[in-house]
Design a protein around this ligand. Structure first.
Ligand SMILES: [Zn+2]
Length: 124
C-alpha cells in the first residue's frame, strides 16, 4: 500500500467527521425547506411575478442542500474506497494521488493531472 496506515486512519477519521457534519447540515436545511414550503409556497404560487423576481428562501436552501449532498456523496465514495483498498489512486488513470493532495482534499478521487484536465475541459 502506498499510503501509510496511520495516515490512512487519520484521513478516514476526518472523512467520517465530515460525513457526520454534512449529514447534520443537510438534515437541518431540509427541515428549513419543508417549513418554508408549508408557510410560503401557497402564497408564492398566487404571485407568479414575485416568483420570477428571484429565488425564494426555500429554493436557495434547496440549492445549498444539492451542493452539500454532492459533497457528502464524494465523502462517502472516499470512505468506500478506503474499505475496498483503492483509496488514494486516481479514478481515471490509476496513478497514486499523493499524500499531500489527499491530506489537503481527503475526498479527492482524481490525481492533480486528471483534475486539471477535467476542469479545463469543463470551462470550454
Ligand atoms: Zn489521473
Amino acid at each position: 500500500m502506498a499510503l501509510d496506515k496511520s495516515l490512512l486512519e487519520t484521513i478516514e477519521k476526518s472523512l467520517q467527521n465530515e460525513q457526520v457534519r454534512l449529514e447534520a447540515e443537510i438534515l437541518q436545511l431540509r427541515q428549513e425547506v419543508l417549513e418554508n414550503t408549508d408557510t410560503q409556497e401557497v402564497l408564492v404560487s398566487n404571485h407568479p411575478a414575485e416568483v420570477a423576481s428571484g429565488f425564494s428562501d426555500s429554493e436557495r436552501d434547496s440549492a445549498i442542500v444539492d451542493a452539500l449532498s454532492q459533497q457528502l456523496s464524494e465523502v462517502e465514495k472516499a470512505l468506500n474506497r478506503i474499505k475496498e483498498g483503492t483509496y488514494g489512486y486516481c479514478e481515471k488513470c490509476g496513478a497514486f494521488i499523493g499524500e499531500e493532495r489527499l491530506m489537503a482534499i481527503p475526498h479527492a478521487s482524481l490525481c492533480l493531472t486528471c483534475k486539471t484536465k477535467e476542469e479545463s475541459t469543463r470551462h470550454h
